[in-house]
Design a protein around this ligand. Sequence first.
Ligand code: HMG
Length: 418
Amino acid sequence: MKGSILDLAVAMPRHYIKMEHFAAERDIEPNKLLVGLGIEEMAICAPGEDTVTLAASAAWELLEKHPDKRKEIGLCIAGTETGVDSAKSLAVYLHGLLKLPSACRVFETKHACYAGTAALQMALGWAHQHPKRYALIIASDIARYERHSPGEPTQGGGAVAMLVGMADAADALLQLSPISGLHASDVNDFWRPSYQSTAMVRGKYSMSCYLEGLEAAYLDYRRQVDNLSVPDHLLFHVPFPNMAQKAHRRLMEIQGMTQRDVQTSDFALRVSPSLWANRRVGNIYTGSLYLALAGLCERKGQELAGQEVALFSYGSGSCSEYFTGTFGQRIAQPRLEEMMSQRIEVDIHQYERLMDACIRMEKNGSYQLDLPGTGAPYTYTGIHQHERIYRNNVSRAYRRSHAARANFQSSPAINAVV
Ligand code: HMG
């Protein structure tokens, strides 16, 4: 038995904008976004959705697939950089909404996009001490940059929930090696002051910090491993898909493979198949690396069983980790394509109105008793007397329609907003 991810599930906002329309409205050459950054669509949150509901939706979907394991969950860690409270953890909101066992360690981790990996690694250590129990790890975020800034096209939102425990290959999605390459450095490349609703970023500098973190973490990994194997797949943190291409190129150069045509064909083989979902959702910060893992599972399916993968996690500020694993026999089926096909496309004016409406929901007094849901299992209805109020939409009928894969309904209130 090895410390493993047993399964995963993804949640994404119900609305999105196509980048060709975004580019036209912002007077940007479309290929700068489509080709230069590699983004096709960007997910947008609507009133009713926040970091908690995205996280809870992903976790609900995951636990629906593993009802027998719910009562064995002894650890719930939520990694986020879009925390909703400075004291009350995102994990304890989830604990309540998901009705997890009371004998459970719950907390939130924070380190920019690295927080999901911090949570996962902690859970893997915990799993060795508690081989009969399971950990629920959720990475959930909403990316927001200043309107009209270079970062604006690299927004997004979503969550990935993972079930972690000790497992044989037959029961694992991914068995992880205990060896990690690490690098930490105090830099100001990207940060989110608590008094702002948008991030501060030094874009080009952040890209060089990311690549320095990759190089240092990889070299640290290499120092610890006697016989380096060539992984079948390389997964990267994906702020925008072409960052993964730059990262791959850097890795190839460190390994002495400098010819561009070799790099291009290797990228197509070992990296590209994991990026399609990130292209259509955008940056989901803590969950981006694990969205790439979900995307790869959906594209490749059982073909992955027994194959090796290397993962690189980067969180601005900064902390980097390079680690590896071997796919087990239980490859996840996250139904990403299906979720995407049920989303609602908006134009730039609707996108701006949705974003403004979400920011207004973060103020005391925003509570709306009858705010309709977005079709997700939980709805954030606003703040009443300084408390965040969530509505649980899960009923027998909801479960039935979910199992029947009924289309998500865009609520009247949301239609009114957009
Ligand atoms: P920019 O400066 O507006 O873009 O913003 P650019 O001028 O560098 O162009 C982008 C690419 O498009 C370039 O490609 C251009 O050549 C190309 P490159 O040279 O880099 O390969 N291009 C075109 N291609 C085809 N046809 C055209 C065309 N025009 C130009 N017509 C930037 C880019 C990423 C800086 C901006 O979007 C930004 O600030 N984003 C946010 C920061 C970010 O994502 N940083 C990534 C590393 S840090 C990280 O990953 C951590 C993070 O996730 C946060 C966390 O940890 O919590 C952000």
